[in-house]
Design a protein around this ligand. Structure first.
Ligand code: ATP
Ligand code: MG
Length: 246
């Protein structure tokens, strides 16, 4: 089926999961299969290391530089935000984007560090384009580590990965998002068929939607921020009346 440009939007499909669960393998196969079926589909990955921000993140992950933990969290988020114009343009042009990691990895990894709350970690990504589908490839850290040793990149150790997994589970409790948990212990082809079928459904649904109404990720959090700025204005008004009574 060929999508008519300018009329129907593409779907934003995210693959998430711990290290080595098969995200990149499945993203590539999915894009290839969707294109073969006549869809417009492209691959995106985060971190996207090609930009200046991405280069900093890359150096940090490869342990060439050290960065303060909050700083690096914000850089990961900035790396996603700098791609938002491109993401919207592609989706508006009917291109389905298959994204290898998104804000959920960002939040799960930082919040697995000591003294970071899930709420704080989510804030910089509140308002990003909301995925139509998030496929969580589930595999125990033990199984994942068998698929090639953890390398030398930062975060690649067993106990940290367990804490990250716990954070992912907390993020999946959010029912405003379309999470689908996939058993990543299956073989590559079976997994691919399951992922393609779920993706086709998401593409179908996205096509029926208008292009202008962009859904925002973690919208509820966005509303609570807006609400608090409203109550701030209310508070200022009251303060003015108190300070300058007529
Ligand atoms: N379903 C599968 N069964 C067995 N091995 C797999 C499966 N999927 C991928 N692999 C192998 O596991 C390794 C990791 O796969 P891949 O790079 O796709 O994972 P990833 O989730 O993208 O990892 P990372 O988080 O490090 O980017 C590769 O050697 C790949 O060939
Ligand atoms: Mg990968």
């Amino acid at each position: 089926m060929i999508q008519k440009q300018g009329c129907r939007r593409g779907a934003l499909i995210v693959l998430e999961g711990m290290d080595r669960v098969g995200k990149t393998t499945q993203c590539k196969k999915l894009v290839e299969a969707l294109c073969q079926c006549g869809h417009l589909a492209e691959l995106l990955r985060f971190p996207e290391r090609a930009t200046e921000v991405g280069q900093l993140v890359d150096s940090y992950l490869a342990k060439r530089i050290n960065l303060e933990d909050h700083t690096v969290h914000l850089l990961f988020s900035a790396n996603r935000w700098e791609h938002v114009p491109l993401i919207k343009e592609k989706l508006n042009n009917g291109v389905t984007l298959v994204v290898d990691r998104y804000a959920f990895s960002g939040v799960a990894f930082t919040s697995a560090k000591e003294n970071f709350s899930l709420e704080w970690c989510k804030q910089p990504d509140v308002g990003l384009p909301k995925p139509d589908l998030i496929l969580f490839l589930q595999l125990s850290p033990m199984e994942a580590s068998k698929r090639g040793d953890f390398g030398n990149e930062r975060y690649e150790n067993y106990s940290f990965q367990e804490r990250v997994l716990h954070r992912f589970f907390q993020l999946m409790e959010d029912e405003t998002l379309n999470w689908k948990v996939i058993d990543a212990s299956k073989n590559i082809e079976d997994l691919h068929r399951e992922i393609q079928s779920l993706s086709e459904d998401a593409i179908q649904e996205a096509q029926g939607e208008t292009l202008t109404a962009w859904a925002a990720l973690w919208e509820k959090d966005l509303k609570s921020v807006l609400l608090s700025s409203e109550s701030y204005h209310h508070f200022r008004k009251q303060l003015k009346t108190y300070l300058f009574p007529r």
